[in-house]
Ligand binder design. Structure first.
Ligand code: VGL
Ligand code: ZN
Length: 205
């Protein structure tokens, strides 16, 4: 069984959103077409409480982009984004969401961030995604979404580590590039871990 996982395709991560990823909206038509090739489609949703500690605004003198330590883990401070029940947290309206069987929420605990759709950044709690895939006897996982250098990368690395044959559909992802070169570094890191980088054309022909 193959599964397509849509990572964080939410209003705050596309142009106009609070943590807008450049060209983030350009993946939408591609993702909609890719969905036609899969029997199982899942999504993740960044789903923070308003007092989440990854928000610069929740630290006195916190600056966006600043690196801090949070509960023993490195943490980048972000603008307020994907607050539970807010418009920014909703999946982008152009997505064909009726194809999505299940949505996994992450980042719900105020004290720890969660880039991966499987576990928080400390691997302390699971979202249930891994067990869900095992129950459905998924063997191959295909990943698209936002952002390449954060949540796509973390989700892909965990999928690969959990034993799923993992593919990242490169042109159906976009990254933040907080530092120039972050996206290429992330792609290299994924490839080093044994993840296959493919293009949507490889599936759409
Ligand atoms: C993400 C930064 C903070 C992502 C989520 O979806 O890549 N990035 N929260
Ligand atoms: Zn977040």
């Amino acid at each position: 069984m193959n599964c397509l996982i849509l990572v964080d395709i939410q209003n705050d991560f596309v142009p106009g959103g609070s943590l807008a990823v450049k060209e983030g909206d350009q993946i939408i038509p591609l993702v909609n077409r890719l969905m036609e090739s899969f029997d199982l489609i899942l999504a993740t949703q960044d789903w923070h409480p308003a007092d989440h500690k990854s928000f610069a605004a929740n630290h006195p003198e916190g600056q966006i982009g600043q690196q801090i330590e949070l509960d023993g883990l490195p943490q980048v401070l972000w603008p307020v984004h994907c607050v539970q029940e807010s418009f920014g947290a909703e999946l982008v309206a152009g997505l064909h969401t009726s194809h999505i069987q299940h949505i996994f929420h992450k980042g719900t605990d105020m004290d720890i961030d969660s880039y991966s759709g499987f576990f928080d950044n400390g691997q302390r709690k699971s979202t249930g995604l891994g067990n869900f895939l095992k129950e459905k006897q998924v063997e191959q996982v295909y990943i698209v979404g936002l952002a390449t250098d954060y949540c796509v990368k973390a989700t892909a690395l965990d999928a690969q580590n959990l034993g799923f044959r993992t593919y990242v559909i490169e042109d159906a992802c976009r990254g933040v590039n907080l530092q120039e070169g972050d996206v290429s570094k992330a792609l290299n890191e994924m490839q080093q871990a044994g993840i296959s980088l493919i293009q949507s054309q490889d599936l759409l022909r």
